[in-house]
Design a protein. Structure first.
Length: 109
């Protein structure tokens, strides 16, 4: 992972949504489409490429390193959590793994 990597807010949202979409090991077409609808196809493609270059741990650490940069207020955190919940519900299967991850990230953010 490039330590000089800098994601703007939209890129970080795309990266985070890609990361959490993979939690149940199924990256559905509905999830992919939802992310592209939120951030655009170009941003999605760039962030998917970055995601594929990292381990789960590296991706998680990267996300947490940006939380104070892009989501420092309660309002921004709630907006982010809303996007996460929308993603989990996009494939109509909000399973226990996704619920636990949402709860965990809510505490971490």
């Amino acid at each position: 992972m490039d330590q000089k990597l800098y994601f703007n807010e939209k890129e970080l949202l795309a990266f985070l949504l890609i990361y959490i979409a993979h939690v149940d090991m199924v990256f559905s077409d509905e999830e992919k489409q939802m992310i592209q609808d939120r951030v655009g196809e170009d941003c999605y493609n760039r962030m998917y490429h970055e995601y594929k270059q990292m381990s789960d741990y590296q991706a998680y650490e990267l996300i947490l390193s940006y939380k104070e940069v892009h989501f420092p207020t309660e309002e921004k955190k709630q907006n982010l959590l809303h996007h996460m919940q929308e993603l989990f519900e996009s494939d109509h299967e909000f399973n226990i793994m996704e619920k636990e991850l949402l709860h965990f990230l809510e505490r971490m953010m």
